[in-house]
Design a binder for this molecule. Structure first.
Ligand SMILES: Nc1ncnc2c1ncn2[C@@H]1O[C@H](COP(=O)(O)OP(=O)(O)OP(=O)(O)O)[C@@H](O)[C@H]1O
Length: 328
C-alpha cells in the first residue's frame, strides 16, 4: 500500500501541494481531478520519489520512499510514473522500447514478458513501428507497457487520457482496468477531465490550489460535491443561489446566498411543472442537452431524449426536493 502523509511542496511563493494525505491499496484505482496548476504533476513526482517534499512523507508497504536528494538514482523501483509526453526512445521499435525495461532478465523470460505485455496493451499488430510511426494511443500504451514490465507495485499516470480520441481513451481505460485486476497494481492517475476518472476509478479526488478538497467513491463525489469547484470538475452542474429556490418550485430553507448544485439529469421535463423556455439545444449523440430559461436570473441545463425541442419551445420542468445538494 502506498501512503502519502501530509505532503507539502512549495516553489518560491507557490504552495503547489498542501498537506495532502491519501492511501493507495493494491488492486485499486484512484483518479485525481484538478484544474491546470492545481498541483497534479507535483503530487505525482512526490509520490514517485522524484521530488523532495518540504514536509510529510511517502511510504510503500510501511517503508519510507526517499526523495531524490537522498539517493543516487532518483525514483523507486516499485513505483513507476508514466509521463504525459510518453518519453519513448525514438529510434527503436515499440517492442524494443518495452523490452528495454526487462533487459536484465534472461532472454527467454524477456521474450515471454514482452509478448504478454504487447497482448495486454493491444500492441501486437504495431510492435515493429517506431514511435514516430505510432498513434498517440499506441505510444501511450507502449509507455504503460514499459512502466508495468517489471510488475511495479504502484503505477502513476499523468493525464493518461488527454490528447486521445474516444476509441483510444476507451482502450486505455479498459487496459488499466484489466491491469489492476490481473496484476493487483495500485494505480493513481491525474486528469483535468473527470469523465474517465468517474468511470474507472474506485476513488476520485478533487485537487484545488494544492489542496485535496474531497476524496471518495465516484458516485458520492459526483452526487455530493463539496464545493461549486468540485461540482464543476466532475461534470455539468447547475449552481444556483438559494434565493431562486421558490422559482423552481422548491422550499427556500437556507440563507439566500447559499449555493446548491443540481445535476442536469435531475431536472425532468413534464406535462405540468415550472414553466421555462428553451434557449439552446445541443445534440450529444445519445441525448440532447437543453438550456432552459426559468426567469431572467435562472437558466438550467438539463438532459432529454425528446426530439421536438427547439429554441423558443415552451417546456415545463420538475425537480425533486432531494435532488438539491448544498455546497460549502
Ligand atoms: N519547478 C517549478 N518551479 C516553480 N513553480 C512550479 C514548478 N513546478 C510547478 N510549479 C507551480 O506549482 C503549481 C502546480 O503545478 P503543477 O504542474 O503541479 O500543476 P498541474 O495541476 O499538474 O498543472 P497542469 O494541469 O497545467 O499540468 C503551479 O502554479 C506551477 O506553476
Amino acid at each position: 500500500m502506498l501512503i502519502a502523509d501530509r505532503l507539502q511542496k512549495t516553489f518560491a511563493d507557490i504552495q503547489a501541494v498542501r498537506s495532502i494525505s491519501l492511501a493507495l491499496p493494491p488492486g485499486r484505482i484512484v483518479g485525481l481531478v484538478g484544474a491546470s496548476g492545481s498541483g497534479k504533476s507535483t503530487l505525482l513526482s512526490l509520490l514517485a520519489g522524484l521530488l523532495d517534499a518540504d514536509s510529510g512523507e511517502v511510504s510503500l508497504n510501511g517503508k519510507r520512499v526517499p526523495g531524490p536528494s537522498e539517493v543516487l538514482v532518483a525514483g523507486h523501483t516499485a513505483i513507476r510514473l508514466v509521463h504525459q509526453e510518453y518519453q519513448l526512445m525514438p529510434n527503436v521499435s515499440l517492442r524494443e522500447n518495452i523490452a528495454y525495461a526487462v533487459r536484465f532478465y534472461e532472454k527467454e523470460y524477456q521474450r515471454f514478458r514482452v509478448d504478454e505485455l504487447l497482448k495486454l496493451c493491444r500492441l501486437e499488430a504495431v510492435q515493429g513501428h517506431l514511435p514516430r510511426q505510432a498513434s498517440g494511443g499506441e505510444k501511450q500504451r507502449t509507455a504503460i507497457a514499459r512502466a508495468i514490465a517489471e510488475k511495479p507495485a504502484v503505477l502513476l499516470l499523468d493525464e493518461p487520457f488527454s490528447h486521445l480520441d474516444l476509441p483510444n481513451r476507451t482502450l486505455i481505460r479498459d487496459l488499466l482496468f484489466d491491469l489492476v485486476r490481473q496484476e493487483q497494481t495500485a494505480c493513481l492517475f491525474v486528469t483535468h477531465d473527470a469523465t474517465d476518472a468517474l468511470s474507472i476509478a474506485d476513488e476520485v479526488g478533487i485537487l484545488q490550489t494544492g489542496h485535496l478538497i474531497q476524496l471518495g467513491p465516484p458516485v458520492v463525489v459526483y452526487r455530493k460535491p463539496i464545493t461549486a469547484y468540485a461540482a464543476r470538475m466532475t461534470g455539468p452542474a447547475n449552481i444556483i443561489r438559494a434565493r431562486h429556490l421558490p422559482a423552481l418550485g422548491l422550499a427556500a430553507s437556507y440563507h439566500p446566498d447559499a449555493c446548491f448544485c443540481l445535476r442536469p439529469e435531475q431536472i425532468h421535463l413534464s406535462v405540468e411543472g415550472i414553466p421555462a423556455t428553451v434557449r439552446a439545444v445541443f445534440f450529444k449523440g445519445s441525448h440532447f442537452e437543453v438550456e432552459a430559461e426559468v426567469n431572467r436570473y435562472v437558466r438550467l441545463r438539463l438532459l432529454t431524449t425528446r426530439m421536438d425541442l427547439d429554441i423558443g419551445s415552451a417546456i415545463q420542468l420538475q425537480i425533486a426536493e432531494d435532488a438539491v445538494w448544498w455546497l460549502k
